[in-house]
Design a protein around this ligand. Structure first.
Ligand SMILES: [Fe+2]
Ligand SMILES: [Fe+2]
Length: 234
């Protein structure tokens, strides 16, 4: 019998270690990236990573709800996915990509709409494209897997993002950096609760096939995140 929580914690803890060992991510999280590493790579790619999240979560929740007779665990997962769709939005109803846009605009001295059209001229990294493709696939194929994506990303943000925002504010000489750590700072704060909320859901999953889908998605989430550093978009 697979202990889903300890497997997920193991995958996520090694994810955090690998992020910190990677030269590009450790520059950003350690507060010493170049302006281009922080804005053109990290924030642009982050924008694309989170853009679809609320929509995929809502679609996954709906799909599960309509998939016939639900077990108590499936009902709980469906409700959680609807909650996630709301949670991963700002007060204005946009996704957390707005936080990334805010940070880009702060560094560049731009308005938000200028940052938005600039970002749209960029192509996400292969890691981000793969993550989005997989998110779309799992939403249709088996939305339970979304829990694996969410847990790993929220766990990592909870562990590393608050300190990363602080490191950037203290160490970086990127223009206006004091105002440009909303994405990392906001996630460090919000994702402690977001991770906690997922524990009882993971605990409720008893079906072996469901557990395997969550674990598989968690691994894809980790590898696609780390792949962002391997091939950078131009
Ligand atoms: Fe978020
Ligand atoms: Fe979150």
């Amino acid at each position: 019998m697979v202990d889903l929580i300890s497997v997920m914690e193991g995958i996520s803890a090694s994810f955090c270690e690998r992020v910190q060992e990677d030269p590009r991510f450790s520059a950003v999280f350690g507060g010493t990236p170049s302006e281009s590493e922080y804005v053109d790579w990290f924030l642009v790619d982050t924008f694309y990573d989170v853009l679809g999240t609320p929509g995929y979560c809502a679609a996954g929740g709906q799909r599960l709800k309509e998939s016939g007779e639900l077990t108590p665990a499936h009902r709980l997962i469906s409700e959680t996915l609807f909650e996630k769709a709301t949670e991963e939005q700002t007060e204005s109803g946009q996704g957390h990509e707005l936080w990334a846009l805010h940070d880009i605009a702060a560094v560049k001295g731009w308005e938000l709409d200028q940052a938005a059209s600039w970002v749209r001229q960029h192509t996400p990294s292969p890691g981000s494209l793969s993550y989005n493709d997989f998110f779309k696939f799992i939403t249709t194929a088996n939305p339970i897997g979304i829990l694996g994506l969410a847990f790993t990303r929220e766990y990592m943000a909870n562990e590393l993002a608050t300190q990363a925002a602080k490191n950037l504010r203290e160490r970086s000489d990127i223009p206006n950096i004091a105002k440009a750590t909303v994405f990392l700072g906001g996630h460090g704060e919000a994702d402690a609760d977001h991770v906690k909320e997922l524990y009882p859901i993971l605990d409720a999953i008893e079906d072996q096939a469901d557990k395997e889908v969550v674990i598989m998605a968690a691994r894809v989430s980790v590898e696609s995140y780390l792949a962002k550093a391997v091939t950078r978009h131009k």
